[in-house]
Ligand binder design. Structure first.
Ligand SMILES: Cc1cc2nc3c(=O)[nH]c(=O)nc-3n(C[C@H](O)[C@H](O)[C@H](O)COP(=O)(O)OP(=O)(O)OC[C@H]3O[C@@H](n4cnc5c(N)ncnc54)[C@H](O)[C@@H]3O)c2cc1C
Length: 444
């Protein structure tokens, strides 16, 4: 055997798994990019919000699928233990609003360096530029073989797959682990982009972008999810009028047909991708899931959630002598007026305003959501390897003994706030430690 343990993928989960396993076993980590941790480098806008210092009861609701599955990993690596781990590697942390922890230097590269150093010092060999092509169980069931694109082959007794999800493929996360897991007999729950921009109908110039120069419709690439609207697609004139607007303290609700799916209070932003910002992201998971499943999804924004409808109507009435433009400026941020009025033509009556209709539109600005930005710019992949087939106390597969799966590759995804990286670190550490422990148990 070339190593006791091979870890595939040098992201948050893989580096932590290598650290957790090294010292007790020979460990090789194979990373396809020239350097490990490329995705970590872009987290938290380069500042890396690496964990969230909530206790389990407050942390767990931010895990959107299979919360209970993460409990054992979380206990093994709490946010406080993770902060201590980085401190021992010489990196202090700061905790900001919403219990979000960052390195005190605010440099994601310091997190990557700390992880890399910790794993190397513990004895793991980290090999970069090693793209794994396929993995197989050895015929005598003594372990696994791993083949790389450069023709090299490695064998090991225990294998840890930590190849991440599909988001930001330029960082190396191209979803390779899903097909290996399937080939090895696992169920992969349907994947879809989460924490992504959602696109209101008419926001993008879809007609221009889906027609080639000779006027024939362009075919979307194979495997494109229903509703995927690439971030690069240009904005429509209406989209341009809204892009750059930020809404503070609004309530936004998602409906599938007439059914209320989710409501959130906070801030949202209109960007070149669509609607994002804190509550845009929070709502995006339900939106994308609904669209992929063929539902008609509506976003309803209450621009004045603190003012009851009757009070708002009275307030508008008290302003009725003002010219429409001045009145609207009293009620809305100036930069929002054009985009808001364009999609709410019912608020006009002749040359003036229809006050009840305006009050209604301010309390419930309806936007049909026709799509979402895909893996090219989403933060996390929802779906993945079914946690039913993984032992939560060890991260070992129930289907293939000696195989461990961790990180975003699993069917676990969380809100923004440091939860995703924490789950990757925690499941990675548990996988590494458990793989090493199982070797010592075997040799006893
Ligand atoms: C823009 C952005 C910002 C984010 N910000 C935050 C944040 O601030 N806080 C937070 O908690 N989460 C954040 N996330 C989410 C978080 O980064 C991920 O959930 C986390 O990195 C997942 O870790 P992972 O180790 O499972 O996968 P990854 O970090 O994706 O690592 C997988 C690794 O496997 C390697 N690999 C893939 N295929 C192969 C192969 N065939 N052979 C060898 N190696 C391979 C890849 O190159 C990669 O290095 C952000 C994500 C994005 C895209």
């Amino acid at each position: 055997m070339d190593a006791d343990i091979i870890v595939i993928g040098g992201g948050a989960a893989g580096l932590m798994a290598a650290y957790g396993a090294a010292g007790k076993a020979t460990v090789i980590l194979l990373e396809k990019m020239p350097r490990p941790g490329r995705k970590i480098m872009i987290t938290g806008k380069g500042r890396c919000n690496f964990t969230n210092v909530k206790n389990w009861n407050d942390f767990a609701p931010h895990i959107r699928t299979n919360q209970g599955f993460m409990r054992a990993s979380f206990r093994n690596l709490t946010p406080e233990k993770l902060i201590d781990f980085f401190k021992k590697e010489g990196l202090d942390s700061v905790v900001e609003r919403g219990d979000r922890a960052y390195p005190a230097t605010y440099k994601a590269s310091d997190i990557v360096d700390a992880l890399h150093n910790a794993a190397s010092k513990a004895g793991a060999s980290i090999l970069a530029g090693k793209q794994v092509r396929c993995v197989k169980g050895l015929e005598d069931e003594s372990g696994y073989s791993v083949n790389c694109a450069d023709g090299t082959e490695y064998t090991c007794r225990k294998l840890i797959i930590a190849t991440g999800g599909l988001s930001y493929p330029g960082t190396g996360s191209t979803g390779d682990g899903y097909s290996w897991a399937e080939d090895l007999g696992h169920t992969v729950r349907e994947c879809f982009p989460a924490l992504t921009a959602i696109v209101p109908e008419g926001y993008k110039n879809l007609i221009a972008s889906r027609v080639s120069e000779n006027g024939t419709p362009l075919r979307l690439p194979q495997g494109t999810l229903h509703g995927h609207i690439d971030r690069e697609i240009p904005l429509s004139d209406w989209g341009k009028s809204l892009c750059g607007c930020s809404l503070k303290n609004v309530e936004a609700s998602i409906y599938a047909g007439q059914d209320l799916i989710q409501s959130e209070f906070g801030d949202l932003d209109f960007t070149d991708g669509g609607i994002e910002g804190p509550i845009g992201f929070k709502l995006s998971r339900s939106c994308v899931k609904g669209i992929v499943n063929g539902n008609r999804i509506r976003l309803v924004i209450d621009l004045k959630p603190a003012v009851p409808a009757n009070e708002l109507a009275a307030r508008i009435k008290s302003l009725e002598n003002l010219p429409p433009k001045v009145l609207l400026q009293k009620l809305l941020p100036t930069e929002l007026i054009a985009g808001f009025t364009d999609s709410n033509s019912k608020i006009f009556k002749g040359k003036g305003l229809d006050f009840p209709a305006l009050a209604k539109a301010l309390k419930g600005w309806e936007l049909n959501i026709e799509g979402f930005v895909g893996y090219e710019r989403c933060v996390v992949t929802a779906g993945g390897v079914s946690t039913d087939e993984i032992i939560q106390k060890t991260m070992e597969s129930r289907v293939c003994p000696g195989l461990y799966i961790c990180g975003e590759l699993l069917d676990v995804d969380c809100d923004t706030g440091g939860y995703n990286l924490h789950c990757a670190f925690a499941s990675g550490l548990l996988a590494g430690q458990s793989a090493a422990k199982s070797l010592t148990n075997q040799t006893r």
